[in-house]
Design a binder for this molecule. Structure first.
Ligand SMILES: NC(=O)c1ccc[n+]([C@@H]2O[C@H](COP(=O)([O-])OP(=O)(O)OC[C@H]3O[C@@H](n4cnc5c(N)ncnc54)[C@H](O)[C@@H]3O)[C@@H](O)[C@H]2O)c1
Length: 371
């Protein structure tokens, strides 16, 4: 199979959909890899290292789309790429079609096989191609909070872990899933005082077992959230209601009760945010604002700040699926891999994912009938 990787053109997107190690793996399986000139530079991978791994460098996205049976990307195609797409081409990337109905129409019109990283789903309902980015964002949230607690960035001027004879920072994490657990791991590693609030008792039992006496878990309800937020130096928003907007859990009144110089990092901002005073999405260039004396951070693409790590983490997870798609014809690849089948959003001009069809109000077709 001919596999093409165009450079990402979305603003602030420095990731790329394959690493040189990934190219080598695909080549060993007997496929061809085409990469756009300098597509890997933002992640620290030069044309030369890709060529050494066996890829061919092409000068323009047009050439990549023309030659490739399967396109690998990180973010959804933008309008200037729509016309390159063609019938039966496989597009494997983060799609988030509900947010870009114009792209959905194009994929249907052009009969592109659109496979979305975010809907590939394992039998336990976990989303293996979202997990790596949640791991990155969870770990980053603490790294960021450490800096924001510093006085000259608006913080109250305390060191996350303290030193002997002083109190460490109190970190309150709302949501103990992938983001929350990774944030806790980092904060505990720095010797902060950490509390996680969640509504899933089994999850809290698990976290409690793993982190033993060093972590406090608390049931998430407005009473507990108010008590915890009030005394927190750092609040990390990490909730998710799959497929829904994040619930608002920390009200403006609660934020007003926090001490000046405290820090809020709302990782759930990409789902609308869970803190009432987070009223805007911020950027890596201008990541914070201060409201009621509290530093607010609400960057929606946190992994974009660490593209090298994010690219490697993402492609570690996507590569096995890429190999499956390349080694078998599409029907067989999907029949052998139910998780991958759930990733297919558009096929032969139909929406074939129930969730996507209902969130877009477009008719659904059963992929089994079309394969
Ligand atoms: N900003 C970014 O760059 C970025 C990057 C990755 C993920 N995210 C976002 O981070 C959020 C968390 O992702 P995740 O992968 O950890 O999800 P997850 O499903 O692994 O975990 C979410 C947790 O929230 C808990 N939860 C649900 N309702 C709750 C409530 N009312 N109170 C407390 N906990 C509650 C769930 O029980 C679950 O444990 C999502 O919104 C995701 O989109 C953002």
């Amino acid at each position: 199979m001919k596999i093409g990787i165009p450079g990402e053109i979305k603003a602030q997107e420095e990731r790329v959909a394959i690493t040189p190690a990934g190219v080598e793996t695909i080549k060993r399986e007997g496929h061809e890899v085409f990469i756009e000139n300098n597509a890997g530079l933002g992640s620290g991978f030069s044309n030369e290292v890709y060529e050494k791994a066996g890829a061919k460098i092409l000068g323009s996205p047009k050439e990549i789309f023309e030659i490739s049976d399967m396109i690998l990307k990180v973010k959804e195609p933008l309008e200037q790429e729509y016309n390159y797409l063609r019938e039966n081409q496989i597009l494997f990337t983060y799609l988030h079609l509900a947010a870009v109905p114009g792209l959905a129409r194009k994929l249907l019109e052009k009969k592109v096989t659109g496979i979305a990283y975010e809907t590939v789903q394992l039998p336990d309902s976990s989303l293996p191609l979202l997990t790596p980015m949640s791991e990155v964002a969870g770990r980053m949230s603490v790294q960021i909070a450490c800096r924001l607690l510093e006085k000259y960035l608006g913080g109250k001027g305390i060191l996350m872990g303290g030193v002997p004879g002083t109190l460490p920072a109190k970190v309150v994490i709302i949501g103990g899933g992938v983001v929350g657990a990774n944030a806790a791991k980092m904060a505990l590693g720095l010797r902060a005082n950490v509390t996680i609030l969640d509504i899933n008792l089994d999850r809290m039992r698990y976290l409690n077992d793993i982190y033993a006496e060093s972590l406090t878990t608390l049931y998430s309800n407005p009473y507990n959230i108010r008590q915890q937020v009030k005394s927190a130096d750092v609040v990390i928003g990490a909730v998710l209601l799959t497929g829904k907007k994040a619930p608002c859990l920390v009200t403006e009144d609660m934020v007003k009760e926090m001490t000046p110089g405290s820090v809020i990092v709302d990782v759930a901002i990409d789902q609308g945010g869970s803190i009432e005073t987070i009223d805007r999405v911020t950027t890596h260039e201008n990541p914070t604002y201060i409201k009621h004396g509290v530093v607010h951070y609400s960057v929606a693409n946190m992994p974009g700040a660490v593209p090298r790590t994010s690219t490697v983490a993402l492609t570690n997870a996507t590569l096995p699926y890429v190999v499956k798609l390349a080694n078998y014809d599409l029907k067989e690849a999907l029949e052998r891999n139910e998780d991958l089948k759930l990733g297919v959003n558009t096929y032969k001009g139909y929406i074939v994912h129930k969730g996507v069809s209902s969130s877009m109000d477009l008719p659904y077709e059963d992929i089994e009938k079309l394969l």
